[in-house]
Design a protein around this ligand. Structure first.
Ligand SMILES: Cc1cc2nc3c(=O)[nH]c(=O)nc-3n(C[C@H](O)[C@H](O)[C@H](O)COP(=O)(O)O)c2cc1C
Length: 173
């Protein structure tokens, strides 16, 4: 059964190869489905889908699809079998890399095999965060939006004067 659930315990685990990670607190349908299918899709949760994203966190029975219950649209993925959410501006199609048990949780790692972004949210090839409007879960029932965006250049050690200066060694991620 197609399954959706919000996961705020989520991060980048590796750049090359591109691997993302989320944490399942205990055994849930998302984890069970990923074990069985070995593929999944990470859909970005934008501010304009707050109600729907929250509703996908309902503890429905395993034979209920959150797509149908919440009214989100299945869109065929480009590479993996599970569908992605048409209304979401970013979809990361993943193949299961590893599941790591940790305490009472499971860390799920997925290698991104395809990334899809709304074309009107791209500035040439770069996603514009202000147009993606990602939601953050803050704790309890509180959620945040990103607010004002500030830009500041990172300073390289090679550009610092005197004692603080260090020759560039190429490592600058
Ligand atoms: C905003 C939000 C963030 C959540 N983040 C997580 C998370 O990181 N890990 C987790 O296991 N559950 C998280 N949950 C709870 C799951 O989404 C919830 O248990 C859901 O019913 C699991 O669905 P599933 O059984 O279909 O996988 C979160 C819930 C909300 C509303």
């Amino acid at each position: 059964m197609d399954n959706l659930a919000p996961h705020s315990f989520y991060t980048v685990a590796s750049v090359r190869p591109p691997i993302v990670q989320f944490t399942s607190v205990g055994e849930k349908d998302s984890l069970r489905n990923i074990r069985a299918r070995r593929e999944f899709v990470v859909n970005l949760a934008p501010a304009w889908l707050l109600e729907e994203v929250n509703a996908t966190g309902t503890d429905f029975a395993p034979d209920i699809s959150e797509f149908d219950a919440v009214g989100l649209t299945r869109e065929p993925s480009a590479v993996v079998t599970p569908p992605r959410v048409r209304e979401s501006p970013v979809a990361l199609e993943c193949r299961l890399h590893q599941i790591l048990p940790m305490g009472d949780c499971y860390l799920v790692f997925g290698e991104i095999v395809h990334a899809a972004v709304f074309s009107d949210a791209l500035d040439t090839s770069h996603p514009q965060i202000g147009l993606l409007e990602p939601l953050a879960r803050l704790g309890r029932d509180e959620w945040g939006t990103i607010g004002a965006i500030r830009e500041i250049k990172r300073i390289r050690a090679a550009d610092w004067p005197g004692h603080f200066r260090r020759e560039a060694d190429g490592a600058y991620e």
